[in-house]
Write a protein that binds this ligand. Structure first.
Ligand code: SAM
Length: 350
């Protein structure tokens, strides 16, 4: 039992590649009994580049305004119940100050696609962070923008950009998004980011509505070809005020398998154990690391706005994923055999 699963894991470990149909087979053959086989291979691959280091990034959720209408996201513009806020430059700088004092050396500025944050405003914020914290990396995750806009942000000092592709299957993409949003544009943004020189992150939700095993296989093949520096992946969790309110959440087990596979495809990828995973499984951050992840993003946003950045129901914002509880997080992870350094934690390799 499980022989085919082991064969495919071995092949992936040796070749860093499978056919799309083999990825689908690997997913179908996965079970609780054979999970540790792939998890241990993934840990081994991660340790060859990053040892047992976990990189911490301070997440600053800068705006809950969004011009998009993604069917899965609580920030979607049609959600009239959403509480909207945007942080001022001063508030963002205060978050950085707090994060720096906690030993964080990467700040991730994430938000809905908010027209208030023009290139000029973002570049000004990026430059100020850069000038006050020259030893820190700045990651942006602000959605789809024009080439010139990404270029200006890069020149202002941002080095990394996260833009999940969400799904690499065109038909599935259209089920998750309004017609005006296209997979083609998403991919072209990702290519632009890479070309400009950003450490670029793509990713997807596990268990999003209408997702098939074939879709997941397609996502994995996309990652294999695109060669991202970072991959953000976590379970889909329904939000009550979206068209997907009635759908089931994604599974933690399948998310862990995806983390392991991504680690085996790209041994040096920077791979977060996401808040979404910890939301559906209390010890998700440790399980994620044990399946091959090596990044955790404690939330640095001002406490009073955290509840308003409600992308899915039940999002954790006061537990170990909160920056003010970083010492608890560190001791939990140290007990699980991981280490920290005060470092930017850049991507290593090509
Ligand atoms: N607007 C930016 C963008 O589009 O990349 C960044 C913010 S967006 C809220 C960040 C990510 O949250 C999305 O890429 C999506 O994968 C994830 N997300 C949104 N709704 C979700 C849900 N219901 N469950 C799990 N993840 C979700």
């Amino acid at each position: 039992m499980g022989r085919r699963f082991f064969e495919l894991c071995d092949k992936l470990e040796n070749k860093r590649s499978l056919d799309e149909s083999e990825y689908a087979e690997l997913i179908s053959e996965y079970s609780e009994e054979n999970a540790e086989y792939i998890f241990s291979k993934a840990r081994c691959a991660r340790e060859q580049t990053y040892s047992n280091l976990v990189f911490l990034r301070g997440l600053i959720e800068i705006s809950s305004y969004c011009r998009n209408d993604c069917n899965y996201c609580g920030l979607r513009k049609s959600n009239k119940n959403a509480q909207r806020y945007r942080l001022s430059k001063q508030q963002i700088m205060e978050c950085c100050e707090q994060g720096y004092a906690l030993g964080l050396r990467t700040f991730v500025l994430q938000g809905g696609e908010d027209a208030y944050f023009t290139d000029e405003i973002i570049c000004e914020i990026v430059s100020q962070i850069k000038s006050e914290y020259s030893d820190c990396a700045i990651t942006l995750s602000l959605g789809e923008r024009k080439y010139e806009s990404y270029k200006a942000m890069f020149e202002a000092g941002a080095q990394r950009y996260l833009l999940r592709h969400e799904t690499a299957d065109k038909h599935h993409y259209q089920k998750l998004h309004p017609e005006i949003m296209t997979l083609e544009n998403r991919i072209s943004c990702l290519e632009n980011l890479k070309q400009i020189g950003f450490q670029t992150g793509c990713g997807f939700m596990v268990g999003s509505p209408f997702q098939t095993t074939q879709n997941l296989a397609c996502d994995l093949k996309f990652i294999e070809k695109f060669k991202p520096h970072m991959v953000g992946l976590g379970p889909f969790i329904p939000h009550k005020d979206t068209p997907f309110a009635g759908f089931e959440k994604g599974s933690a087990e399948l998310t862990l398998l995806m983390l392991s596979i991504v680690r085996l495809i790209r041994p040096n990828v920077l791979l977060p154990a996401t808040t979404a995973l910890s939301t559906i499984d209390q010890s998700g951050h440790i399980a994620g690391l044990n399946a091959g992840a090596n990044v955790i993003m404690p939330n640095l946003s001002p406490i009073d706005v955290r509840k308003k950045y409600s992308i899915y129901d039940g999002k954790k914002h006061t537990d170990v994923q909160a920056a003010e509880n970083i010492s608890r997080l560190k001791s939990e992870l140290e007990n699980a055999g991981y280490r920290f350094e005060i470092t930017r934690g850049d991507f290593i390799g090509a």
